[in-house]
Design a protein around this ligand. Structure first.
Ligand SMILES: Nc1ncnc2c1ncn2[C@@H]1O[C@H](COP(=O)(O)OP(=O)(O)OP(=O)(O)O)[C@@H](O)[C@H]1O
Ligand SMILES: [Mg+2]
Length: 402
């Protein structure tokens, strides 16, 4: 939960409380956990919601406001208190600090002042972004061609990661037209990403949580909309904000995007820590991997792109791994074996193979991948700082010319 700053605010004046709220809602890594219009109730709210930061606006009644500061600081010492007031009177500032406030800012609150205060209170790092949890990862998965197994791997990887009790995992089906992650998990959802989109301006924690359905594996699913629509349900900015908010609750987000490179797909890639390109070792796929590599480089996404070979060992029809490596000019991050019957049975029954056949070769490969992701998260991002690039060889050079 450390990559989002969870906050509670109190301000009995509706207009200034709304301005504060709007300012905070505009910051994707701030989670407004609670807003309160009475100083008397604020301590109880902070005790219940345990935000990292409590913001007290003093101007409605400085004495009651200062009393709330003292009470919150006694009741929840882990919560950092920030005070906002139009008055910059020395005695008021002194009293606020004595009562336990860490920061005294002038009203109306300005974004820069607020960020600088959070930085001083060490809730964000110097770059202006919230400090990142080591174990928090957004993995966007994209197939190099239709039917390569992107959803099968996304769903089973999500379930494998969820088996670790330290992890909280959500799978987001961003294949908005024809996604079928719900089928793989046999979930009939009450809510979908459409509900999140419909409530985007007043999205709160409980609403977002309600939109997700938990699977027996403990992984959650945010499904694609029920109805096929012409329009995207939300803007790329809004999607990135939803992802930012989900990161407050989950250690891993697995996003299964469409193969159309829509603005939402690309937004999910931009916000990801890792982009897994799922491919098979055949000509159409490898040609697309080369094209995708160029796209990633052009859009500054190459450093976090990793290739996962699915259905490895399928047979004669496949191009050898060595030749494939020469073509795509990248290392392969993971290889998932071909186990057709297990995968088809899993999809038809809506039971992840990772739980139904945990000792099969394909499940072990997925578990290894999950372990690699967990280890990577623990040891930091250093390993992925450099793209795993190789010099592309000319054997398949014709591929790049089409
Ligand atoms: N490792 C595997 N071994 C054998 N068969 C597999 C494997 N992975 C996927 N498949 C087969 O490929 C089919 C398609 O898989 P999946 O739906 O996950 O692909 P996708 O890339 O998400 O497809 P789409 O383009 O429709 O989104 C599966 O139903 C299964 O038959
Ligand atoms: Mg799919």
């Amino acid at each position: 939960m450390t990559n989002v700053v969870r906050m509670a605010i109190v301000d009995p004046i509706d207009s200034s409380r709304n301005s504060l709220k709007n300012l905070l809602l505009g910051i994707d890594w701030v989670w407004l956990e609670a807003e309160c219009s009475r100083y008397e109730y604020f301590t109880e709210i902070v005790e219940q919601t345990k935000p990292a930061v409590a913001l007290v606006s003093l101007d409605a009644d400085p004495q009651l406001g200062l009393a709330a500061v003292a009470e919150v600081s006694m009741a929840v010492p882990s919560c950092s208190i920030m005070v906002v007031s139009k008055s910059q009177e020395g005695s008021l500032i002194l009293q606020a600090m004595r009562n336990g406030a860490k920061e005294f800012l002038s009203a109306p609150l300005k974004l820069d002042d607020f960020m600088a205060a959070l930085e001083r209170m060490q809730h964000i790092s110097g770059g202006g972004r919230a400090g990142k949890s080591k174990s928090n990862r957004v993995i966007t998965m994209v197939g190099a061609s239709g039917g390569v197994g992107c959803t099968a791997l996304a769903v089973n990887l999500g379930c494998a990661l969820a088996a670790n009790p330290d992890n909280g995992v959500a799978v987001i089906d961003l294949d908005l037209a024809l996604g079928d992650a719900d089928v793989w998990l046999d979930i009939i959802p009450d809510y979908t990403i459409q509900d999140v989109a419909d409530n985007i301006t007043r999205l709160d924690y409980s609403m977002l949580k309600r939109s997700l359905t938990q699977h027996a594996s403990k992984a959650f699913l945010l499904p694609r909309p029920v109805h096929l629509e012409m329009e995207a349900p939300m803007s790329p900015d809004q999607l990135q904000r939803v992802i930012g908010l989900l990161k407050a609750t989950f250690t891993h987000l697995i996003i299964d995007v469409s193969k159309s490179f829509t603005p939402l797909d690309v937004a999910a890639m931009q916000v990801a820590d890792d982009i897994f390109v799922v491919t098979q070792l055949d000509l159409p796929c490898l040609r697309n991997v080369v094209r995708m590599n160029s796209f990633m480089e052009e859009h500054d996404l190459a450093g976090k792109t990793k290739v996962i070979v699915n259905r490895a060992g399928l047979g004669e029809s496949q191009i050898s791994l060595n030749k494939a490596l020469e073509t795509i000019g990248r290392e392969v991050y993971g290889q998932i074996p071909n186990e057709y019957h297990i995968v088809v049975e899993s999809r038809n029954n809506g039971v992840p193979f990772i739980t139904e056949h945990p000792t099969s070769k394909i499940s072990k490969a997925i578990q290894q991948l999950a372990q690699k992701i967990d280890e990577h998260a623990e040891f930091g991002a250093a390993a992925s700082a450099e793209p795993e690039k190789k010099k592309s060889n000319s054997i398949f050079s014709f591929l790049t010319k089409r």
